[in-house]
Design a protein. Structure first.
Length: 555
């Protein structure tokens, strides 16, 4: 009995968690959805593998060149891209982040060291860490190829640099998740993230427009920034290797010491966050209960929409209220118009020659913006029940057919797309020229074909491959990989068919032919949509156990 009541050792706790995760993976392969997820993960891993090998070779060649030519101080030019990718990619692409919520392990008798190591270990399995490590390995190999005696020192600096990146990324994620747990800070971070993404889109056009101009002060500015970048992690790592290359061991020691200080600071901040979470920190936003006298508060009634049944109107109102409070929703509304603005900033050519496509065919700005608006709605349309979470069980007990629920959700998405079209039309009119009436009709007809196709496919995938969405946790805002790949296939077919039809009609000078073709395809698409909608109750009933298990699970 003493052995049963004793606290497991750290090694036993870690091995137990590893066995549990492995068994969960094996069990997931018993279902079709699990096997499809494995196939999608293999394709994603293959793509990342190509990127990792390409970056490894590029970093290796770059490091070998600068060291072998006596320009080892330029190693910072190799390390800075690795550092930026390591830190920015997980934030900008949370779809590839960890899906397992390690905070749920706090329900089990884990020691704090085990909890800390698990959090760091799971974070180290994300693509950014794997790719960054491969690229860093290529850089170390390039340094060793240029000078074999530098291999031990370069490997030591590389390990320290990798540890610093892992601790920094985990620290950023842990604190951002803590801020996202509260509404006010969540809104502030959402706005900052939105401005970051929008500003990042402007880098390419601005560099293309102004990068070729000569700036006499550019070298002087670079010389002033050089001492500053040496104090930052990539510059400190480069200084550590440069000092060893030149025999200046004081400079090498300073670079390593700076990296060690960064590691200590990031470890301290990460430890403070995780230790508070381990002790049971509660970030509830529930307001204190206030006494309300009878008659002081009027009952808020739902929307009364003409010609729309009450259950459908209730779902329609709920979806729009939820979406209006979502940061990604604001991002969805802005991006199509912003993309047109980015295209406008892009120079025609490097030498100011022939005009760009939208400069020559400015009336196509509205169809292109409409197509992009449809694409950015993919994450909403193809995962209808993701935001519901455990609330999906209510649909199986409420005296409302699932068909009405689906119609309400589809109407909400169609309303968002209609608002998008108004914004895109206004943006295309102001930034380029107003679309001609035939182009306007063709675009509307194309949307009448593309919308029901996406809604039909989205309804099926929302039932067969749902994924719980948590906007307060990084890595839990996207649909499953199976849904992502299937949606890509649908979009490729729909957008490719629409683009080919418009191009062929323009070549023959008969744009109205595209309108006729789209209207015919729209008739077929709406028939398919209503056929699927008529069977959606039976389909969802057949998948009820899988949906409830997936949307209510805690990890």
């Amino acid at each position: 009995m003493a052995e049963l009541s004793g606290v497991p050792r750290l090694r036993e706790q870690l091995s137990t968690i590893a066995r549990i995760r492995w068994q969960l993976f094996i069990n997931s392969l018993r279902t079709l959805r699990g096997r499809l997820e494995l196939v999608s993960h293999i394709f994603v891993a293959f793509g990342f593998g190509l990127g990792g090998i390409t970056g490894l070779v590029a970093c290796g060649v770059g490091s070998w060149y600068v060291v072998s030519h006596g320009k080892s101080e330029w190693l910072a030019a190799v390390l800075w891209p690795i550092f930026l990718f390591w830190q920015l990619f997980p934030v900008a692409a949370t779809a590839f982040s960890e899906n397992f919520d390690t905070s749920n392990l706090l329900r089990f008798p884990l020691s704090y060291p085990a909890f800390f190591m698990i959090r760091v270990a799971y974070g180290s399995l994300e693509p950014a860490t794997i790719l960054g490590s491969l690229w860093l390995l290529g850089s170390v190999a390039g340094i060793a190829a240029a000078s074999a005696k530098l291999l031990p020192w370069a490997a030591f600096v590389g390990l320290l640099f990798a540890a610093m990146n892992v601790l920094l990324s985990r620290m950023i994620f842990s604190w951002v998740e803590r801020w996202l747990a509260q509404r006010r800070t969540r809104e502030i971070l959402g706005v900052l993230f939105l401005f970051f993404v929008i500003s990042f889109q402007l880098v390419g056009p601005l560099m293309s427009r102004y990068g070729s101009r000569s700036h006499p002060e550019a070298q002087r500015i670079a010389q002033r920034l050089l001492p500053v970048q040496r104090l930052l992690p990539p510059g400190a790592a480069a200084s550590g290797v440069t000092g060893a290359t030149n025999g200046d061991f004081l400079t090498a020691a300073e670079g390593v010491a700076a990296l060690a200080v960064y590691c200590a600071i990031f470890f301290f901040l990460l430890n403070a966050r995780l230790h508070a979470q381990f002790l049971g920190e509660n970030l509830s936003e529930a307001a204190a209960r206030s006494e309300v006298r009878r008659g002081e508060r009027d009952l808020a009634l739902g929307w009364n929409l003409p010609a729309i049944p009450g259950p459908v109107a209730a779902i329609f109102e709920k979806e729009l209220r939820y979406l209006s409070r979502s940061g990604p929703m604001l991002f969805t509304l802005i991006m199509p118009v912003f993309i047109l603005f980015v295209f406008r900033l892009t120079p025609s050519s490097a030498h100011g020659g022939s005009a760009s496509f939208l400069d020559r065919f400015s009336d196509m700005a509205f169809p292109i913006g409409a197509g992009y608006a449809l694409l950015v709605l993919t994450n909403l349309v193809y995962n209808n029940f993701g935001p519901e979470g455990a609330g999906v069980q209510t649909y199986f007990t409420a005296p409302v057919p699932i068909r009405s629920v689906m119609i309400g959700k589809n109407l909400a998405h169609a309303a968002v797309l209609a608002l998008e079209m108004l914004l895109v039309w206004a943006g295309a009119t102001l930034i380029y020229t107003p679309p001609s009436f035939p182009i306007f009709l063709t675009t509307v007809a194309g949307l009448l074909f593309a919308l029901p196709m996406n809604l039909a496919a989205g309804n099926l995938l929302s039932i067969s491959s749902p994924k719980r969405i948590d906007f307060g946790t990084f890595g839990r805002q996207r649909a499953s990989n199976t849904t992502v790949f299937a949606s890509f296939g649908v979009q490729i077919v729909v957008v490719g068919l629409a683009a080919g039809t418009i191009i062929a009609a323009r070549m023959f000078g008969r744009i109205w032919l595209a309108t006729v073709v789209f209207l015919i395809l729209a008739g077929v698409a709406w028939v398919i949509y209503w056929l699927i909608l008529g069977n959606v109750d039976r389909i969802m009933f057949d998948h009820r156990e899988e949906m409830v298990a997936e949307l209510t699970r805690v990890s």
